[in-house]
Design a protein around this ligand. Structure first.
Ligand code: PGA
Length: 251
């Protein structure tokens, strides 16, 4: 089953206008010169979605948000609705990133509401899952991933409106990654869970990304794994050179 890889950059809380526009413009120029074999996406801070979307319009580089609220509108000071991201030119939104689950205490039920809100607004939801180091050491990785998958995926999820990102919490920003066998095992498990939840035809089309210290030097072996359909890249997405090198590693 040919799934077109998705290489997604999560800029996190980094960048002012000049940096963000320059980075996105550099990537858009490379895509125009040499279209990659993968879909490319950048998720800048919400403050830059509008400027970045306008800077890369027509290049094929997609733009996404890093979070959205689970409700469509209302009294939620400081929050951003999925439709607001869509309105600025976003096509995707990350939900349930471990930094949101940890820093903001987000539960899988909230993540599910956010994914549903994203779908209602016409955005693709990138739903993040992953175990902590203690959970891995305790042999609970697959159980944690199963619980998060079951709890975070909303009704109406399809391979067109949903992407899963497996991100072991202990691999994010640490330079450490699981072995390729460990990544393959979790991705296979997620594919099996998707088969049960969505049916086998849909599961075969679902893109499952790996995230956590993916960089040019390890991207090729990770992206070559059967059930790894792209990457969610933090640190290495802040340099056009590195992000591009990862995109070029996608099959
Ligand atoms: P990292 O972050 O690539 O810096 O480890 C990945 C992520 O948090 O999405």
């Amino acid at each position: 089953m040919a799934r077109r890889p998705l290489i997604a950059g999560n800029w996190k809380m980094n960048g002012l206008t000049a940096d963000g526009v320059a980075l996105a413009t550099a990537l858009a120029a490379r895509i125009r010169e040499n279209p990659p074999a993968a879909d490319l996406l950048v998720c800048p801070p919400a403050t830059l979605v509008d400027r970045v979307a306008r800077a890369v319009e027509g290049s094929g580089l997609a733009v996404g948000g890093q979070d959205c609220h689970g409700e469509r509108s209302g009294a939620h000071t400081g929050d951003i609705a999925a439709a607001m991201l869509k309105d600025l030119g976003a096509g995707y939104v990350i939900v349930g990133h471990s930094e949101r689950r940890t820093d903001h205490g987000e539960t899988s039920a909230q993540v599910r509401a956010k994914a549903a809100a994203a779908h209602a607004a016409g955005l693709v939801a990138i739903v993040c899952l992953g175990e902590t180091e203690a959970e891995r050491d305790g042999g609970r990785t697959l159980a944690v991933v199963e619980a998060q998958f079951g709890g975070s995926l909303p009704e109406g999820a399809t391979p067109e409106n949903t992407v899963i990102a497996y991100e072991p919490v202990w691999a994010i920003g640490t330079g450490r990654t699981p072995t390729t066998a460990e990544v393959a095992e979790v991705h296979r498990t997620i594919r099996d869970l998707a088969e049960k939840a969505l049916g086998s035809a849909a599961a075969a089309r679902l893109r499952i990304l790996y995230g956590g210290s993916m960089k040019p030097s390890n991207a090729k072996e990770l992206l070559a794994l059967t059930d790894v359909d792209g990457g969610l890249i933090g640190g290495a997405s802040l340099k056009a050179e590195d992000f591009w090198a990862i995109a070029e590693s996608a099959r």
